[in-house]
Design a protein around this ligand. Structure first.
Ligand code: ADP
Ligand code: MG
Length: 599
C-alpha cells in the first residue's frame, strides 16, 4: 500500500478547494471506462435499429414493386414481418444493453464511493452527517444512470445526426446554412444561460435529500431519546422541510429543463421562418431553385430530433454533474492510507507491546483548542496501566492517538518504540484490541458481534471468551443462543451485557495491546470483579491500558497515570499517588468511591 502520511490532513486530496478536481465529464468517463465496450455495442445497436427502421419503407417499396407470380404478396408480407420483428429485437437488445451499461456505471460509482467512505479518516467524518454521506452513496450515484445513457448516447448519436444534417444542408445552400447556424447559435446562447441553473437547482435538491437522510439518521439512531423528549413532531417538521426543499429545487430544475427544451423547439420554428424568408428572397433573385429551398426546409425539420436529443443530453448532464460534484466532495475528504489492507492478527503468545507518548500536543482541528498540552508517559510491555482523571482530561484521546484515529499535532506516539505514523496502519491496528467508551453492539447476531474483529475464531476460543466475560449464562438463556439477533445498537441487550460483548470482541483478537475505555462502568459488582480477574490474567501476557473510575480497578493496576486538562500530573502506584498527587487523593475519596457505590 501507500506510505504512511505524516502530519495534519495529509491524506490524499486533503485541503483541496471545492471547485478543484476533474470535470464531471471526466469523472463520468472514469466510471464508464470499464464498461466502454458494452456502451459502444449498445450505441451501435441503437444506431443500427434506427437506420433499419428508416430503411423499412424503402424495403417495403422494393418488395411491393417486385411482386410477381414467383413472389406473391404473401412472401413479401412474411419478409416484411421478419424485418419488423428483427428490428424490434435489435431495438430491445440495444435498449437492454444500454440500460445494463448504465446500471453498471452506477455500480462502479457506488463501489468506488463506498470503498472511499470506509477508508475515510475519523477526523474527516467528524465534520459530516452520516445520513448525508449515505444519501451520496445511494441517491446521488443513482443519477449517473440517466446521465450515462442520455448524455453519452445523446451527444454521440444526436451530435452525429446533427452534424450529418448540417453537412447535407451545406451541400444545398451555404447562405441558408449560415442563417440556420445563426439561429441555432442564438438558441445555444440562451440555453447556455439556462443550463447552469439546472445544475445548481439539482445540487440543492440533492443536498436536501442529504439533509433528509441526516435528520432521519439522527431520529432513528436515538429513537428512545426522541420519543422520551417528545420531539417527534419537531423532527417530523425537519424531515418534511428537507423533503419539501428537495421538491422545490427539483421542480425548479424541471422548469429550467423544460425552458431549455422549449427554446430548442422554438429556435427550429424561427429557423424555419427565417429560412423561408431568406430562401424566398433568394428564389426571387434566382440565386437558388425552389426545389433547393424545399429540400433545405425539409432538412430544418430533420434537425428537430437530434437538437432535442443534444439539449436533453446537456440538461441531463447538468443533473448528473450536480450529483458528481457531491460524490467528488466525499472523494476530496482525506482517507487513511492502507486502511483497507489486510493484516493478520497476532499469533497466540505474541510479544506484548510497549507504548510511549513523547511531549504530545494535540487538537481535533486547526480551529479547535488543544486537548493535549505536551503529554508524556511510558508504558513497558505487559502489565496494567490505569488512566484516571476528571472527564474531559483527555484520556479517551490518548487511546484515539494510539489507534491512530488522529495524528498528534506535534510530539510522537510510539508503539514498540516505533512512531505510529511509521507503522503500516492495518498492522498497527491488528496488534490492538480496543473497547471504546460506550462501545456499540453492531446489528446482526451475537456471534457476528463477538467474532467481528477475528472472523476466524474457532468454537473453542469463542466458548472460552464467553466464559471469561461471563456471557455464557446469557447465551444459554437466549432461545437462539449465539445466533440471536441483537438488533440495531444492541437494543436487545442490557448496558452491562453490551460492555461484556465489546470486551469479548476485543479479547478474541488476542491483542498485543488491550485498550479498555471505561469498559466495565456498567457492570454489577460481581461481574466487574470477575472481569477484573480476567483482565489481570490477560495483563500477564499483554499490555493493558484502562481508563477506569473504580477504585478496585485502579488499585489493581501496576501503574496509574493521573491526567487533568490535557496534562499528565503524576505517575505512580496507588499508595505513592495518595501521598504525592492531591488530585488523585481527591478522586480516590470522592469519584472512585461514588462510582463503586453505583454498582
Ligand atoms: P476524557 O476521556 O478524559 O473524558 P476526552 O479525551 O474524551 O476526555 O476529551 C478531551 C477533550 O477533547 C474534551 O474537551 C472534549 O470535548 C474534546 N473532544 C473529544 N473528542 C472530540 C472531537 N471528536 N472533536 C473535538 N473535540 C473533541
Ligand atoms: Mg473518555
Amino acid at each position: 500500500g501507500a506510505g504512511p502520511a505524516h502530519g495534519e490532513g495529509a491524506g490524499p486530496g486533503a485541503e483541496e478547494g471545492a471547485g478543484d478536481g476533474p470535470s464531471p465529464l471526466r469523472v463520468l468517463l472514469g466510471y464508464v471506462r470499464p464498461h466502454r465496450a458494452a456502451l459502444f455495442s449498445g450505441a451501435l445497436l441503437s444506431l443500427v435499429t434506427g437506420a433499419t427502421g428508416l430503411a423499412l419503407p424503402l424495403v417495403a417499396r422494393r418488395l411491393i414493386d417486385n411482386l410477381s407470380e414467383d413472389r406473391p404478396i404473401a412472401t413479401a408480407l412474411v419478409l416484411m414481418s421478419l424485418l419488423v420483428a428483427g428490428n424490434a429485437v435489435l431495438g430491445a437488445l440495444g435498449g437492454y444493453v444500454l440500460q445494463r451499461t448504465a446500471e453498471s456505471v452506477v455500480l462502479t460509482a457506488r463501489k468506488s464511493l463506498t470503498s472511499w467512505l470506509l477508508r475515510l479518516r475519523i477526523s474527516a467524518v467528524d465534520g459530516t452527517e452520516p445520513g448525508d454521506l449515505l444519501s451520496r452513496a445511494t441517491s446521488d450515484t443513482t443519477l449517473l444512470r440517466a446521465m450515462t445513457v442520455q448524455t453519452l448516447i445523446g451527444f454521440g448519436t444526436g451530435g452525429l445526426t446533427l452534424l450529418a444534417t448540417l453537412v447535407m444542408m451545406g451541400f444545398v445552400d451555404l447562405v441558408l446554412l449560415a442563417v440556420t447556424l445563426g439561429v441555432i447559435g442564438l438558441a445555444a446562447t440562451v440555453i447556455g444561460l439556462i443550463v447552469p441553473r439546472i445544475s445548481k437547482a439539482s445540487k440543492r435538491a440533492q443536498q436536501s435529500v442529504g439533509r433528509m437522510g441526516a435528520v432521519l439518521e439522527r431520529v432513528l439512531g436515538a429513537l428512545r431519546t426522541v420519543k422520551a423528549s417528545g420531539a417527534e413532531r419537531r423532527e417530523e417538521r425537519a424531515v418534511h422541510a428537507a423533503a419539501e426543499d428537495s421538491w422545490r429545487e427539483s421542480v425548479r430544475s424541471a422548469k429550467w429543463s423544460a425552458l431549455a427544451g422549449n427554446t430548442a423547439g422554438l429556435s427550429m420554428q424561427v429557423a424555419f421562418i427565417t429560412v423561408l424568408a431568406v430562401g424566398g428572397a433568394r428564389v426571387a433573385t434566382d440565386s437558388i431553385e425552389v426545389g433547393s429551398l424545399v429540400a433545405f426546409l425539409l432538412y430544418v425539420f430533420y434537425l428537430m430530433a437530434p437538437i432535442q436529443q443534444v439539449v436533453s443530453a446537456v440538461t441531463q448532464y447538468q443533473v448528473g454533474a450536480a450529483a458528481i460534484s457531491r460524490i467528488q466532495e466525499v472523494r476530496r475528504l482525506p482517507a487513511e492510507p492502507g486502511a483497507l489492507d489486510a493484516a493478520p492478527l497476532p499469533e497466540a503468545g505474541a510479544a506484548p507491546a510497549a507504548v510511549a507518548f513523547l511531549d504530545v500536543r494535540f487538537r481535533y482541528g486547526p480551529e479547535q483548542p488543544y486537548v493535549h498540552h505536551g503529554v508524556s508517559f511510558t508504558v513497558p510491555p505487559r502489565g496494567m496501566t490505569a488512566f484516571v482523571g476528571p472527564s474531559g482530561a483527555g484520556k479517551t484521546t490518548v487511546f484515539s492517538l494510539v489507534e491512530r484515529f488522529y495524528d498528534a499535532t506535534s510530539g510522537r506516539v510510539l508503539v514498540d518504540g516505533r512512531d505510529v505514523r511509521d507503522w503500516p496502519l492495518a498492522e498497527l491496528r491488528s496488534a490492538i484490541g480496543y473497547v471504546e467508551q460506550d462501545a456499540p453492539v453492531l446489528s446482526g447476531t451475537l456471534r457476528e458481534n463477538l467474532v467481528f474483529g477475528a472472523p476466524d475464531t474457532g468454537e473453542e476460543a469463542l466458548a472460552e471468551a464467553l466464559r471469561t466475560t461471563r456471557l455464557d449464562g446469557l447465551v444459554a438463556r437466549l432461545p437462539e443462543g449465539l445466533d440471536t439477533v441483537v438488533g440495531h445498537r444492541g437494543t436487545k441487550l442490557s448496558g452491562g451485557e453490551r460492555q461484556r460483548v465489546a470486551i469479548a470482541r476485543a479479547l478474541l483478537r488476542r491483542p498485543r495491546l488491550l485498550l479498555l475505555d471505561e469498559a466495565t462502568s456498567q457492570l454489577d459488582a460481581v461481574n466487574e470483579a470477575a472481569l477484573r480477574e480476567t483482565v489481570a490474567e490477560v495483563a500477564r501476557e499483554t499490555t493493558v491500558l484502562v481508563v477506569a473510575h473504580r477504585l478496585s480497578t485502579v488499585t489493581s493496576a501496576d501503574r496509574i497515570v493521573v491526567m487533568d486538562t490535557g496534562r499528565v500530573l503524576a505517575v505512580g502506584t496507588h499508595a505513592e499517588l495518595l501521598a504525592a498527587s492531591p488530585l488523585y487523593a481527591e478522586l480516590a475519596t470522592t469519584q472512585f468511591l461514588a462510582t463503586a457505590d453505583l454498582a
